[in-house]
Design a protein around this ligand. Sequence first.
Ligand SMILES: [Zn+2]
Length: 425
Amino acid sequence: MKAVLDHVGIAVENLAAALAFYRDALGLEIEAPEEVASQRVRAHFVPVGESKLELLEATAPDSPIAKYVGKRGPGLHHITLRVDDIHAAVAQLKARGAKLIDEQPRAGAEGALIAFIHPAATHGVLVELKQSPAASHQSPTVSRVQRFSLGDLELVSLCDGFLQVDGGAMFGSVPKPLWEQEAPPDARNRIRVAMRPLIVRGARTMIIDAGVGDKEDAAFVEAYGLDRAKALDQSLAEAGIAPEAIDLVLASHLQFDHAGGFTIRDAGGRLRPRFPRAQYIARRGEWDDAGHPHARSRAAYRADNFVPLAEAGVLQLVDDDVSIMPGVRVRRTGGYTMHHQIVLIESAGKTAAFAADLVPTAAHLPEAWIAGVDLYPMETLAAKTQFLKEAVERNTLVFFEHDPAIAAGYIREQDGKRSVVSAPG
Ligand SMILES: [Zn+2]
């Protein structure tokens, strides 16, 4: 195994005193701190050549770092080695009988996979293995903006950032030992999901869904581990598409991780449509349900995301599986919500589909892998079975709105087992 020293973690008792040494006396630069709420720790990285020092400061008395310092005093806490293939590294260690803290790699900060090795195996030093997201075997070509051409249409997959969502909520009745192999959870059992709106450029320029947007408060950011370091604004800029160029905004449904980006708060604090020239299109049934949520759907529907559209007179409600623009039509699937819809795209004999929450990630290909938060899972099962069959038969380019690594791919079926061939775009 090839390993590179990523960083050395130092548990600090008094941050000011530590900075007086590392920053002032040594003259090193300290990066902006990163808070890891689940560990009640604040990390201050100090670049030193190819590697970094990490000053670890406890933010609460019950923090593991506070306990460590209380027991052994400040000092060396762990070293982190970066590997290309963490699954192979962990398997190799297991085969040699090395004692591990994490038997399976799990999600760390910023999309990395990590696994800790027990100090009993490492001769007294806590060692963390880390695989950076760029090296992740399932995402060699991850980009936040990916372009595809489909006949006369251009499709551009964008990204509004990532959320950490409860793994059980994402996989419903699937046992954790199965889903955690597909989606490694963090210390709070949350898995990383992306928010990937899709641009369709043809007779008109349309965006399907718009991510979570920027109206959420600190409590939300903490609860969902919201990562919008690069969000829809940057994605649009990278794709060369101005918000003013969007003619149509189409909603798969109106829950916050899809409709949050439909509105923004202006300098005066007023809510207004985020795409100033666009007509917004939603399904009437979904609109009615979003405006009259019940105990189980209330948390996901925020009036601020959609009511301002009606007030601004830019909302158009559709009742059926209609054509939205040439080559683009919607299909109600129900399941996730009663009026959840997917988008079917066709041009010059080629087909693509925006699967929204019907097949949120590539890990959801098995029919029974249905999210626990689906309101009508048996409807999801029926719609998904039909959809996947068609997607295989028609060689449909399927867009996975929530997949952390695969924006789009083709679904293959062999010996009754399905897989995704990710499309490079
Ligand atoms: Zn969703």
